[in-house]
Write a protein that binds this ligand. Structure first.
Ligand SMILES: Cc1cc2nc3c(=O)[nH]c(=O)nc-3n(C[C@H](O)[C@H](O)[C@H](O)COP(=O)(O)OP(=O)(O)OC[C@H]3O[C@@H](n4cnc5c(N)ncnc54)[C@H](O)[C@@H]3O)c2cc1C
Ligand code: SF4
Length: 454
């Protein structure tokens, strides 16, 4: 049986950072096992920008962030194995994985669990009605559209106003679908103000609060959903039902840590969240098994996952060496405001502080934490710009995420998207020079090193 000092299960930002942390803290051999055929975890399907503000001081897309994290793990000297699904873990740290070359069994000195999370499904929220095709979790739809080039539908209702649902409402609109509404059972949206503004308001997508899907119709394919207003107790108010004809329902109703492997080793899980229970050193109830990122507790920024992954990796190495463990970094969450955008206010998106900048009656701007915020707010008032993120096929059929190197006029986003129909990239590293005649190139992740600091 092959031995590794540290084996990391999951190659998302948490696992990749743990690999870097373990190597830098002196672990001689570090292996990341990732079931997918590429590293980066959920980031590969999150083609929108907004990642990396804390860690890299740059506004990156998910794939750009994943690329950097992968490179850092490699530069630190870790081994990264994709197509390796971990199916077994014992309390004495024997790891079994199904790989392309057959079954792999390893003895690890220490293990870091970085298996991420998965979405709650329709079953978890029990909507009555029939069982037609056309009902997806928002993340599954994101994966199909952004990594498999498959469109999920044309007339879409989104249930749940978390960030994933909001981001998918925009993405589907840019891809030509009609998003009929986002329905949210709570009195306020659960996603960031910034996303309500840029994903719904920018495209005129209605947001219905205190509202839910109370029935589903359709034989083979979804034909319609019933929406009902909810009372303060969250119960449908009789007489408020309305039928909305649609072919697709996206569910964005929460995330649950993924911990089947952890359970096999007897790692204690929090019964409410399903996350791993750890001490302040990110060590689980089983000595030598550490946990970080969304498998421990769902975090809203990849940057925070990375910070935690680095600490978990360092502690895994320290455990092996019999050295004292370091306390995990303080748990931070995105300071950007959630809920409904305030009238007359702009949320600055240039750093995670997310200052709410208000225009007073005399036109003075207040609330910005630094001068960059003032420039941003003035731009938003006069001529709002948005970075366009989408995917393009290469001539040999690979789907590549791309983004505009600078903001485009907000009102031109849909026509810019239309003009990309049938356009192909020569290969995965080529950029598309000024495709819209606006002096802005479309670039794939291979060009991210040129992303300016914000
Ligand atoms: C739609 C969406 C939008 C987001 N937007 C932002 C944003 O704008 N900015 C931001 O900073 N953050 C954002 N986030 C959050 C951020 O992407 C995540 O918090 C972060 O990626 C979690 O990292 P992780 O390593 O814990 O998990 P993941 O990225 O989920 O990685 C876990 C990995 O473990 C692998 N794995 C699981 N089980 C096994 C097994 N048994 N064997 C082998 N491999 C396994 C999985 O395949 C996966 O690759 C977003 C998340 C989502 C879902
Ligand atoms: S105004 Fe400055 S401090 Fe505030 S969010 Fe913007 S960049 Fe950050």
């Amino acid at each position: 049986m092959k031995h590794y000092d540290v084996v990391i299960i999951g190659g998302g930002p948490g696992g990749l950072a743990a690999a870097k942390g373990a190597r830098e803290a002196g672990a001689a051999s570090v292996l990341v096992l990732e079931r997918d055929d590429r590293l980066g975890g959920i980031l590969n399907q999150c083609i929108h920008d907004g990642f990396g503000l804390v860690r890299y001081k740059a506004m990156l897309t998910g794939p750009e962030y994943a690329r950097r994290a992968r490179q850092e793990a490699l530069d630190a000297g870790s081994e990264l194995l994709t197509g390796a699904m971990v199916t077994g873990l014992t309390a004495d740290r024997v790891v079994t994985a199904v790989t392309r070359d057959g079954l792999l069994t390893l003895q690890a000195g220490a293990v870091v669990l970085a298996t991420g999370c998965r979405e709650r499904t329709r079953g978890a929220i029990a909507i009555p009605g029939s069982r037609p095709a056309g009902i997806y979790t928002a993340g599954a739809a994101q994966n199909l559209i952004n990594t498999k080039n498959l469109m999920v539908g044309k007339r879409v209702v989104v249930l749940g106003s978390g960030d994933v649902g909001l981001i998918m409402a925009r993405r589907l609109t840019l891809e030509g679908a009609r998003v009929l509404c986002v329905a949210e059972m709570n009195p306020l949206p659960s996603g960031l103000e910034r996303n309500v503004s840029q994903c719904l308001y920018d495209f005129g997508i209605p947001l219905y609060l205190r509202c839910s899907v109370t029935n589903i119709w359709g034989r083979k394919r979804l034909e319609a959903v019933e929406l009902s207003d909810l009372d303060d107790a969250g119960q449908p108010i009789p007489g408020t039902q309305q039928r909305v004809d649609c072919d697709t329902l996206l569910l964005s109703v929460g995330l649950i840590p993924e911990n089947e492997v952890a359970q096999q080793a007897g790692v204690a899980l929090d019964p409410r969240s399903n996350g791993t229970v750890t001490d302040v050193f990110l060590q689980t109830s089983v000595p030598g098994i550490f946990s970080c990122g969304n498998s421990r507790k769902v975090l809203d920024l990849a940057d925070f996952v990375t910070v935690q992954g680095l600490a978990a990796g360092r502690n895994a190495a320290a455990f092996l060496q019999g050295k004292p463990l370091e306390e995990m970094p303080p748990e931070t969450s995105n300071a950007m405001a959630k809920g409904l955008p305030q009238p007359g206010a702009v949320t600055c998106i240039l750093c995670p502080k997310g200052c709410r900048i208000q225009t007073d009656s005399d036109g003075t701007l207040t609330g910005n934490g630094c001068p960059k915020g003032e420039t941003y707010a003035l731009q938003e008032q006069k001529a709002p710009q948005r970075v366009l993120t989408t995917t393009l096929l290469t001539r040999d059929g690979q789907q590549i995420p791309v983004k505009s190197r600078a903001g485009l006029p907000r009102g031109r986003l849909l026509s810019c998207m239309e003009s990309l129909h049938g356009v192909r990239l020569p290969d995965e590293t080529s950029l598309l020079p000024d495709p819209f005649g606006l002096g802005v190139d479309l670039v794939p992740p291979a060009h991210d090193i040129q992303t300016p600091e914000v």
